[in-house]
Ligand binder design. Structure first.
Ligand code: MN
Length: 490
């Protein structure tokens, strides 16, 4: 990951005299520095802007600096916003309008007309807000006091979404072979996706991977085996199967890193020359931040990589997931999510036992029993996310879910599993998901919020659908109908 930063651009004008402008600049620098201590990425004070030329210049610089992941603007004083038009019209980076003020309180006795001239964010930010609305600009508006923890948390969350946007624009996806035959939802327009989201999605032959695997040395496998042993409990005598997964992981990682790819997909239908579907191999790569999608699902793979990058430390608890089966006991309804093998261990309770097991896998062309990590997902609030291609546009669907400790041990289930209640309730949640066209493959995240995904969708200019505790089927149908019309006109 790059060392991303954000730029603080403060609006003013030249009517107030140098003393006021010096005070604004001094305070803006102080605010940026203090806020940075509580934000996931540094906020760098850049300029107190007083003219069209200054604003246009700083926005040009922001556009062309790959480290700058977005701008945060604020108007300490009044800042006539016609002078912002040329700059904002050219802005190519995410924009957050932060409506705050330097002082927390109105200082009763002290307040006079000088104070009012210096501290007029309340009307400065309204003028600034108007031009954002007038330009139909994609922006996030956050209001509140700049030293408050909840306000800083919201700015930090927005920054992570903006980093997701920057990461998306440079993301490369390696496809080993094609999509699973006949499946519709894993298809998509790769040209449209590259235009909108920046993803470079290309294919590599499985034969190239097999060639790479054959060149892996015993020493390389020994080193990765030591890493597996340090992190996981080996619950099988079939060490050869684990070593085979290590060989697959090393070969895939070499190819991914050589091409600069942070996401990959494969399919059980195309493993020619391989003995096992990569299970443990894909899971361990995911734990390092690589995105993955099964059955050639490159969209979910890319989304996994992006949401991992948006999370804590640039590799949060976000993972490729699949809705498998339901528990429909009245009043105690749950979804069970898993995959054939490939569930990322970032979903496990930190410190819990993660086992390496080997089992027969009937589906696909596996000659040998593949090794995989088996564990339970942790109990916590989460979201599931699906990006679908509606033909002519992309739709991002997010559903709030509540993960629980699986309500039964399921000792014969040979894969990692997560159990959850979907919002607003399981049946309505399923109806909403199906009406919206959400896939069976998702990214499940404990780390990224629905609001962050909404911010990300706005930055990428794609449709966003949120299924929450307040969603009704009727309301959603109406929203989708109107949204369909709007996106056709857009
Ligand atoms: Mn699948």
């Amino acid at each position: 990951m790059r060392n991303y930063e954000f730029w603080f651009v403060v609006g003013s004008q030249d009517l107030y005299g140098q003393e006021v402008l010096d005070t604004v600049a001094k305070r803006a620098a102080e605010m940026a520095e203090k806020m940075s201590a509580s934000l996931p990425y540094p906020l760098k004070y850049k300029v107190t802007a007083m003219s069209n030329a200054q604003i246009t210049q700083i926005i040009r610089e922001a556009n062309y600096d790959p480290a700058c992941a977005g701008i945060v603007t604020w108007c300490h004083t009044f800042s006539p916003s016609k002078m912002w038009i040329n700059g904002l019209a050219a802005l190519q980076k995410p924009w957050c309008h932060f409506a705050t003020q330097y002082n927390r309180e109105i200082p009763n006795e002290e307040i006079d007309m000088d104070f009012m001239n210096l501290n007029q964010a309340a009307h400065g930010d309204r003028e600034h807000g108007f031009i954002g609305a007038r330009l139909r600009a994609a922006r996030k508006v956050i209001a509140g006091y700049w030293q408050d923890e909840d306000v800083l948390k919201r700015i930090g969350d927005w920054m992570r979404a903006a980093v997701g946007a920057a990461f998306s624009k440079e993301l490369k996806v390696m496809r080993f072979g094609d999509n699973m035959r006949e499946v519709a939802v894993t298809e998509g327009d790769k040209v449209e996706v590259q235009t909108k989201l920046g993803w470079q999605v290309n294919t590599w032959a499985v034969g190239d991977l097999v060639k790479e695997m054959n060149a892996v040395t015993a020493e390389e496998i020994d080193a990765l085996m030591a890493e597996y042993e340090a992190n996981y409990e080996i619950a099988t005598d079939n060490v050869a199967a684990i070593r085979y997964q290590a060989k697959e992981e090393i070969a895939m990682k070499k190819m991914l890193d050589r091409e600069g790819c942070m996401a990959f997909s494969n399919t059980f239908q195309d493993l020619y020359g391989m003995e096992q579907l990569p299970g443990l191999a894909s899971q361990h790569l995911m734990s390092k931040g690589y995105g993955y999608g099964g059955e050639g699902d490159w969209k979910v793979s890319a989304m996994t990589a992006i949401m991992k990058a948006m999370g804590e430390g640039g590799n949060g608890a976000s993972a490729f997931m699949e809705d498998y089966t339901y528990h429909l006991e009245k009043g105690n309804e749950y979804s069970l999510g898993a995959h054939m093998l490939e569930v990322c261990p970032s979903l496990a309770q930190p410190g819990s036992k993660i086992k390496i097991e080997t089992h027969h896998l009937g589906i696909g062309m596996n000659e040998k029993d593949p090794a995989r990590l088996v564990f339970e997902g942790r109990a916590d609030d989460a979201i599931v996310v699906s990006l679908i291609d509606m033909g002519g546009r992309l739709r991002l669907i997010v559903q709030d879910i509540q993960c629980v400790k699986p309500i039964m041990p399921m000792p014969n289930l040979p894969v990692a599993r997560v159990m959850w209640k979907a919002m607003p309730d399981l049946a309505t949640g399923i109806e909403c998901w199906i009406i919206a066209g959400g896939a069976h493959h998702t990214v499940l995240s404990y780390d990224v919020s629905a609001e962050q995904m909404r911010d990300w969708a706005r930055m990428m200019d794609i449709e966003f659908v949120h299924i929450s505790k307040d969603t009704t089927v009727e309301g959603l149908e109406r929203e989708l109908f109107l949204s369909d019309l709007a996106w056709k006109l857009k």
